[in-house]
Design a protein around this ligand. Structure first.
Ligand SMILES: Cc1cc2nc3c(=O)[nH]c(=O)nc-3n(C[C@H](O)[C@H](O)[C@H](O)COP(=O)(O)O)c2cc1C
Length: 209
């Protein structure tokens, strides 16, 4: 299968087979794909939970507008973000870079000043929006990785973030829930798997210059 076949194969899965589990190896691949997500300035101001524990899924269901994917799927990815991006986020990344490349800290001073300037120019609200946007890139990478591995997934914004924040103790860690992605294997009964892809034409959607 080529990439287009994979993207045509995938769909927002509404009913999962609760008896099928994604292997540990595939979960590790999905986690690595999320780790490789490109982010603005490379700051990775997002976090993700991978939930296999059914009792936690059950607690999250009422905060998911009762979308059954949340409890039926093998694993639930919850992607959250730091609405407040601080100097510590920048320092953490600089330290990783310094260790990886064995470069003296001084060579990164200009880069740090640039990044800090970029962040400090944002007001509180724009910063939170900017940080939240990064989670959508992560979700895109996750969905594509799932498709490549023939793992079904459902991108979800339809949930109560406050409920998720509370159950997963996100607020106390400075995080906000942004997106939920149940992953697993489609139920034979999910009629949506037979639906045609509803998409605007490439003429409307794109312009070649
Ligand atoms: C950001 C985002 C949020 C979505 N939220 C939900 C959701 O809460 N529940 C759901 O069943 N589908 C949700 N969807 C699925 C979309 O409705 C679906 O991806 C779209 O209709 C295209 O269909 P396809 O993914 O099956 O190709 C969401 C998709 C995206 C990208």
């Amino acid at each position: 299968m080529n990439i287009i076949d994979h993207l045509e194969w995938r769909y927002a899965t509404k009913a999962f087979d609760p008896n099928k589990t994604v292997s540990k190896e595939n979960i590790e691949t999905l986690k690595r794909a999320l780790q490789l997500t490109p982010t603005s300035l490379g700051l990775q101001t997002f976090h993700f939970h991978v939930i296999e524990d059914n009792s936690i899924k059950d607690q999250l269901l009422p905060y998911s507008f009762n979308q059954q994917q949340v409890t039926q799927a093998s694993h639930l990815f919850v992607i959250s973000y730091y609405p407040e991006v601080t100097e510590k986020h920048v320092e953490d990344i600089l330290n990783i870079k310094i260790n990886l490349e064995s470069v003296p800290r001084e060579t990164l001073t200009q880069f740090k000043d640039f990044v800090m300037g970029y962040i400090q120019r944002m007001d509180k609200e724009s910063m939170a929006i900017w940080s939240a946007k990064q989670t959508y890139i992560a979700m895109g990478v996750l969905l594509t990785a799932c498709a490549e591995l023939n793992i079904d997934a459902c991108p979800m914004e339809g949930f109560d973030a406050n409920g998720y924040n509370q159950i997963l103790n996100l607020t106390e860690k400075g995080l906000q829930a942004s997106l939920v992605v149940p992953v697993g294997y489609r139920s034979e009964d999910d009629k949506y798997q037979h639906a045609k892809k509803v998409r605007r034409s490439l003429n409307e959607l794109s312009t070649e210059l």
